[in-house]
Design a protein around this ligand. Structure first.
Ligand code: KIV
Ligand code: ZN
Length: 546
């Protein structure tokens, strides 16, 4: 381990933060993250994840884009009502109608924030906004002024800041501050900048703009060139005191800066990065798993911090080193990010108290009812699987939580026959429960999963297309739980993700598919209930492009 070194680039005391080394973590998983394909969440899931983000210790939770749809509005409002410690932000464009709608949704929060943005680059001005620079400056002033009349905490973002003219950008920032913006966010919207340039970019901003009491500067980096974390670190070295990021790095295109990577970089390299965040690192892994189980979008195996292999040592020489002293190849411990050890923990003779205690040791506080709800599933699993690992317990818990929203259909039973060299290759009989009623259909397909999905479609009357399908084993061995994540596209183009685990891969696939169907049905129901004026309202122009 190198001797403790002084920070090379001295962090400037900018952003008027009281404790100069505290970095505010602004989590945008529920907004920018949710914009990535398959990551849509319903309002129950948003609240659940919002509460977990609060437990994780993030300072600001961006809950969504309220003007986008009625569902989105309600989701932001529900998160605002549920979360007590973190600030809850909503995003809005610069139009007064957007800002009002945003305020309507976040005003229920204990600590509400309006986050309003407009693009400042010439490219966006010319081709998207069709405005000149003078018009844009007026719009900045009017939007921030309007937002400040409603809320004392206003964040202003200059979309595509890194491709904007630096002098013009500084002029816009000055106007936003003069009108009362309390946070200035300068995003690298298209993930274009590189660390050397980003350092000059911030140095230039801080040279032109004096430190204002009560104004925090923020970075929001996309990962198109794989540089989002490097750029975020450069930004804090220059004096930025808020970093915007998402769990698992999900987000538009290649994603946003990943929260876990940024936080653990600060934590692990505190010898040269003299900053702290309020994130409780042990909550990182449970949060990542919760997000995966809700969206059904898996994390790549070699993803830093939360990927399956992030702490796995394959090469003999590495294994030997880690066994004799972990520090040889481990720069942080799996426990420090809340990853369970792969040790055998419980079996079918374990009681409720043992199960509860183990969950507590893993950081999940559960009351009696919650334990009772999961205990039967635990025993069922223990009956079928000899060894139960911590990972299995987490999968069980998340399976339970992911299904906690409203469900229409439930898999009652299935039978499959498969053979090679015949047409169709597989036939499946599926029994699906809807309340008291159980419907049965026979489906056929090229393989067992195809046949099962065909039977489910016949029961629910959908014509859908499987866009993505993946299976992973939760632990090792032939009796490991299979984890299925899939993405389904329905007739109207809506895409829903599904997630499930089971000892039987085909059963996991069936349950994951049913979960996606349930999500779709729920969304349809919510749309029907939506007030007429907003029913079927299309997301505003340019909404998906942020
Ligand atoms: O990437 C971006 O520019 C954004 C802003 C709306 C903050 O997401
Ligand atoms: Zn973004």
């Amino acid at each position: 381990m190198p001797a403790k070194r002084a920070a090379k680039s001295k962090p400037a005391p900018r952003g008027a933060s009281k404790s100069k080394d505290k970095i505010r973590i602004f989590d945008t998983t529920l907004r920018d993250g949710e914009q990535s394909p398959g990551c849509a969440m319903d309002r129950f899931q948003k609240v659940q994840l919002g509460l977990q983000l609060e437990k994780l210790g993030v300072d600001i939770i961006e809950a969504g884009f309220p003007i986008a749809s009625n569902d989105e509005f309600e989701a932001v409002r529900d998160v605002a009502k549920a979360v007590k410690k973190s600030t809850v932000a909503g995003l809005s464009r610069s139009a007064r109608e957007d800002i009002d709608r945003c305020w309507e949704a976040v005003r229920h929060a204990k600590k509400p924030r309006i986050h309003t943005f407009i693009a400042t680059s010439d490219i966006h001005l010319k081709y998207k906004l069709k405005m000149n620079r003078a018009e844009l400056l007026k719009e900045v002033a009017a939007s921030v002024r309007h937002a400040r009349k409603l809320c004392k905490d206003v964040e202003w973002s200059a979309e595509d800041a890194t491709r904007s003219d630096w002098d013009f950008l500084a002029e816009s920032v000055k106007i936003a501050i003069a009108e009362g913006a309390t946070t200035i966010n300068l995003p690298d919207t298209v993930g274009y900048t590189v660390p050397t340039e980003f350092r000059q970019f911030w140095e230039n901003i801080f040279e032109k703009i004096p430190a204002y009491e009560g104004v925090v500067f923020s970075a929001h980096c996309h990962n198109d060139l794989g540089l989002a974390i490097a750029n975020s670190i450069v930004a804090v070295e220059c004096g930025v005191r808020q970093v915007e990021c998402t769990i698992n790095g999900i987000g538009e295109r290649a994603g946003n800066a990943s929260l876990e990577e940024f936080v653990m970089a600060l934590h692990t390299r505190r010898d040269i990065l003299d900053f702290k965040s309020g994130v409780k690192s042990k909550e990182i892994y449970p949060t990542s798993r919760l997000l995966t189980s809700m969206t059904g979008v898996p994390v790549q195996q070699n993803k830093a911090i939360v990927g399956k292999n992030a702490f796995a040592h394959e090469a003999g020489i590495h294994q030997h080193g880690v066994i004799s002293k972990a520090i040889t190849y481990e720069i942080m411990t799996p426990q420090s990010v809340g990853r369970p050890s792969n040790t055998l923990v419980l079996g079918k003779h374990s009681g409720r108290a043992g199960l509860r205690q183990r969950y507590e040791q893993l950081g999940f506080k559960m009351n009696r009812e919650a334990i009772s709800a999961i205990y039967l599933r635990f025993i069922e699993l223990a009956d079928r699987k000899k060894e139960i690992y911590d990972e299995d317990l987490i999968a069980l818990l998340q399976e339970n939580r992911a299904g906690a929203g409203e469900s229409y259909y439930e898999l009652d039973a299935l039978q499959v026959t498969s053979s090679t060299g015949t047409k169709p290759g597989s036939m499946a009989t599926v029994h699906l429960r809807e309340g008291e009623e159980v419907q049965t259909k026979v489906g056929k397909g090229n393989g067992p999963v195809d046949a099962v999905l065909d039977a489910i479609n016949l029961i629910v009357g959908n014509r859908s297309r499987l866009v993505d399908f993946s299976v992973n084993s939760v632990t090792q061995g032939r009796d490991a739980l299979a984890e299925v994540n899939l993405l389904v596209e329905f007739e109207d183009g809506a895409q829903m993700a599904g997630h499930s685990t089971s000892l039987d891969t085909v059963e996991a696939a069936a349950k994951a598919f049913v979960a996606a169907v349930n999500k779709y049905k729920l969304t349809q129901e919510m749309k029907k209930k939506a007030p007429k004026s907003r029913k079927g309202k299309k997301p505003p122009e340019g909404l998906r492009g942020v």
